[in-house]
Write a protein that binds this ligand. Sequence first.
Ligand code: ADP
Length: 480
Amino acid sequence: YKGDKLYMGKKVLFVASECTPFVKTGGLADVIGSLPQALQQTENIDVSVMLPLYQEIWDNWQNQLTKINSLPLNVGWRKHDATIYHTTHQGIPFYFIKNDYYFSRHGVYGYEDDGERYLFFCQAVMEALKVIDFEADILHAHDWQAGLAIAFANITPPTKQLKTVFTIHNIKYQGILLKDAYADLFNISDEHIGGLEWDGLLNCMKSGIFHADKITTVSPTYAEEITFPFYGEGLDSIIRERKNDVIGILNGIDLNDYNPNTDPHLNTKYSYSRIKKKENKEILQKKLGLKVDPEIPMYVMITRLVEQKGLHLVQAILDEFLNENVQFVLLGTGDYEFENFFYHAEKRNKEKLVSYLGFDEALARQIYASGDFFVMPSLFEPCGLSQLIALQYKTVPIVRETGGLKDTVTPFNEYSLEGNGFSFKNYNAHELLEQLKYSLSIYQNEEKWQALLKNVNKSYYSWDDSAHAYADLYHELHQA
Ligand code: ADP
């Protein structure tokens, strides 16, 4: 029903904790920064986005923000103001909740009171809904940081028509507070405590799942996986209880933004030309101090350095793989264990390995453009955007068959010549090593390599289909 008159003019408010270009720590920011445009442009749905106003956003964007209102809030016995700011970016209205005590800090997450910070944010969202010039039909909240907004909206609906959608981008991060939080942070009657609590603790992720009208997660395979204990992170039973309302909708990426033919961060732009892509590799090799030779196959990783990303497998086999005539470039930040590993691995393999420990958007894009292979052996992966970006930059993904990786990468078959990458099933370092070596043998066989690249060139993961699926879901909710 593309552009259906019935649905036109419906309003959806996104609530989330990060969004490009304002603030980003991972894939969630890419999704919140691109799905609203897709919904607006292809489905005629009006989307606004509400975010916390972190120090970083204030520093970079304050000149473009207009103050709307300041609302006094009670956080338990504390009194805190939530000041609402507004701007429009690329046609999408943004609302920001400013409170210096909670959000004027360095970075985004990782504070002891993160639970309280986002509890405050969700309370502020509820109050803001009453005063902004945007009467939402759907409240679409993303991940645990926005989970309590769903719960509050269900317990005390701010408007009659409001329906709710909760999207799980990663069920591992749940936002858990001590039970004392009820008394200390907000008033809630006993009858509602059950919906917010899990294992005797206040659980923001569970609250969202319990209270939402519909639940989505970011790939069909992950939707299935989280019904099992291995992937459910302790919440699999509640997912099973709500299974009829859970659907998996694959994330897309903004193909205008992630476009090697226009990307301003690249020195040499390209679309299908392997020669141009190799020019990027040469420039990167020079910049990072690697041997400059565009024929040496380059394996890259761009990732948060956390267990989820399969780094224990990489740890176990990296030195052995580096015996081959290859180069390996890692860009990442995260847990000390892995930063330390890559730091020392580089010292042992100076000729072949670069470990760049940091977060750097421009460098990330140069690496996507330069690599021949993108390594992503995740333990679990709700959707994964990095492999989609890699495909867009004509870099062949090597992945473990889990979640969105399984839904987007098909293993290359050298006989039928089908498939757009390499994959392995078990979480086992030698299965990864085997695929790394196998990929190298395909790289060295010109005919097969060209066949593989042809398939990579045809792999597009735009938002079109997914925006349509979300529109269907909103539509269904308002018909019910
Ligand atoms: P997740 O959301 O679990 O981190 P995704 O693959 O969905 O994983 O998205 C990761 C996003 O963050 C991608 O856009 C990737 O390029 C980017 N990214 C990850 N680490 C870095 C880094 N160190 N520097 C720049 N960008 C990064």
